[in-house]
Design a protein around this ligand. Structure first.
Ligand code: 3HC
Length: 311
């Protein structure tokens, strides 16, 4: 009966066994994974927009080639993740419809503008840095397809983070104006990057349950702290100042203590009132409409293939 099914499921999770698509799982576990994996996929796809904005204006052919490769990777990450979500019994069309209708979330971080080239560096360094911090533990999450998708994604993320840090290093060691651009980008991306990890554990709706199901291996605050502890020394190495007057190293706990996060800003962005929310969704809706003929042609071609193969 349901109780033993649930108990058997939980003891598999407790024993660090993988749950696969054909295994029995509580509906709430399935729904949580559909929610998280699809929003993760939406983040990858919408995440192509802020950086894509700089492909035609990269300062050198090398930077342009690296940025094209990175943005292309993000699209691929979106595809892996949509495929992982489909194993839970929801169609790609439904998932994309939820994004375009505004009923599904994507990471708040992609609702911020990229006014200068230094933003491409700050995104690689901070946003992909935070994404790596969040994604490495998901390689060990209890749901097989999600964990396996993460292994490939994390390998590519480290390239994303390195190329961003290299851009920041070039600017920080460049002219006074370039160093000012790098500092300005750090000032604008620092706090929104901390918000990527989600609300504090005390107010997080899902963290406790996601920890029990081993969808999460660390809580939001634990990952955020790891990110801060690793990233502050990198900023110092660049000769840049983290825009947090309360930031200080605590010898006792061996962690940085940081200032308060503006959760009002976070809630506003989640409600759709961030600097670029409307523009991002409009761009996705336009791309979806303009790409309709491609989807129709691909389906017609597949139909012809099928008809020919069955003759
Ligand atoms: N942006 C948007 N929504 C967020 C958010 C953020 N930064 N942080 C939390 N939320 C939402 C949650 O989705 C949830 O809303 P919902 O119930 O409608 O889905 C609500 O706020 C409560 O937050 P919780 O912490 O309780 O929710 P979760 O347990 O889902 O934790 C999370 C949030 C840590 C983002 C988790 O969903 C997660 O780890 N997701 C996978 C990682 C991911 O999506 N990363 C995006 C990074 S960007 C990226 O990958 C591209 C990179 O390559 C550049």
């Amino acid at each position: 009966d349901a109780v033993t099914l649930e108990q058997r499921f939980q003891s598999k999770v407790d024993a660090d066994e993988r749950i696969e698509p054909k295994d029995w799982m509580p509906d709430a576990y399935r729904q949580t994974l559909i929610r998280q994996i699809s929003q993760h996929a939406h983040s990858e796809i919408v995440g192509m927009l802020p950086e894509g904005n700089w492909i035609t204006r990269a300062p050198s052919l090398r930077r342009k080639a690296v940025l094209i490769a990175k943005v292309q990777d993000e699209g691929g990450h979106g595809m892996y993740l949509y495929s992982a979500a489909e194993t839970l019994g929801i169609s790609r069309d439904e998932l994309i419809e939820q994004l375009l209708a505004g009923t599904a979330k994507y990471s708040s971080i992609f609702n911020y503008p990229t006014p200068t080239w230094a933003d491409v560096g700050a995104i690689g360094w901070l946003v992909d840095g935070a994404a790596i911090m969040n994604q490495i533990p998901i390689c060990r999450c209890s749901y097989g397809p999600y964990a396996r998708a993460m292994v490939r994604i994390c390998k590519e993320e480290s390239f994303h983070q390195r190329q961003g840090f290299e851009i920041m290093m070039t600017l920080a060691r460049g002219t006074a104006e370039q160093k000012r651009m790098a500092q300005d980008a750090l000032n604008r991306w620092w706090w929104p990057s901390l918000m990527m990890f989600g609300p504090n554990d005390a107010t997080s709706k899902h963290t406790a349950q996601s920890m029990r199901w081993k969808i999460k291996r660390f809580t939001n605050d634990e990952l955020r702290q790891k990110f801060i502890d690793i990233t502050v020394p990198q900023a110092e190495y660049l000769g840049l100042k983290v825009p947090d007057p309360d930031l200080r190293w605590d010898e006792q706990t061996q962690h940085y203590i940081h200032g308060p996060i503006d959760w009002k800003e976070f809630e506003d962005v989640l409600k759709g009132n961030g600097p670029c929310n409307r523009e991002r969704l409009e761009t996705r809706r336009r791309a979806h409409d303009e790409g309709r003929w491609v989807r129709e042609a691909a389906l017609a071609y597949a139909e012809k293939q099928r008809a020919r193969d069955t003759q």
